[in-house]
Design a protein around this ligand. Structure first.
Ligand code: FE2
Ligand code: FE2
Length: 226
């Protein structure tokens, strides 16, 4: 079986979910998805979620299905809650899997709760794991790469020339400045992880965010160590 870009389904995908992987990948190759929110992100999140499920003794089947479908709503045009749109689109795809009705409901709950901006706290461990995996993909080197990839689409500047690191008492404005997104969201994520496994992975990634900012401070001449 191959997917739309002719790469075979990777070996980490459980046998029972290879068809779902294939179908979801085909749906998420829409050209309007930017490099930070395309299928590559879904693959990373699902793979991380499966790792966390193993460490947290969660239902790997629920986690895998939820991971593969969590951002499906991004393929449907329109502003607003893509998680809600994913919940609307997922049931026909879930019905073709080995999941029981209870497992499918858990997967839908996880998908509906995953969006950072909504501030939801999932009740089930599988939902907590999906949130954790999605947020791990927003920090560290990959998180920084995704942050700047979004800027190439929205046209926001790299940083505020007057206050690059939000030290002048203003509110971060990540619609205008990329580095402001570190202060409005990325640096806050380390306190939002639910599982011990994710918190451990997040430590290194958070440290990389702060190291990146420090290097930028030096290069912009905003630090006494420059
Ligand atoms: Fe999402
Ligand atoms: Fe996501």
């Amino acid at each position: 079986m191959t997917r739309c870009d002719e790469r075979p389904v990777p070996g980490w995908v459980p046998e029972a979910f290879r068809e779902l992987y294939f179908v979801a990948a085909a749906k998420m190759t829409a050209p309007e998805l930017d490099a930070g929110h395309c299928w590559d992100h879904v693959e990373r999140v699902t793979r991380t979620a499966l790792r966390l499920a193993g460490e947290e003794q969660a239902d790997a089947a629920v986690v895998c299905a939820a991971g593969l479908l969590h951002d499906l709503g991004r393929t449907v045009p329109g502003e607003g809650d893509h998680a809600r749109r994913s919940v609307e689109l997922a049931p026909p795809l879930l019905s073709g899997t080995c999941l029981s009705a209870h497992q499918a409901a858990l997967a839908l709950d996880a998908i509906g709760d995953h969006r950072y901006r909504d501030g939801k706290v999932p009740a089930a461990i599988e939902g907590k794991i999906l949130q954790d995996a999605d947020r791990l993909d927003a920090v560290g080197a990959i998180g920084i790469a995704r942050c700047f990839a979004k800027s190439s689409v929205t046209g926001r500047r790299l940083y505020s020339p007057d206050d690059p690191f939000c030290t002048a008492g203003r509110e971060p404005d990540d619609n205008r400045y990329t580095i402001d997104h570190f202060y409005s969201k990325l640096l806050k994520l380390k306190d939002t992880f639910h599982t011990a496994s994710a918190r451990k992975l997040a430590e290194r990634r958070h440290a990389f965010l702060t190291a990146f900012l420090e290097e930028m401070r030096v290069e912009l001449g905003a630090s006494p160590t420059a």
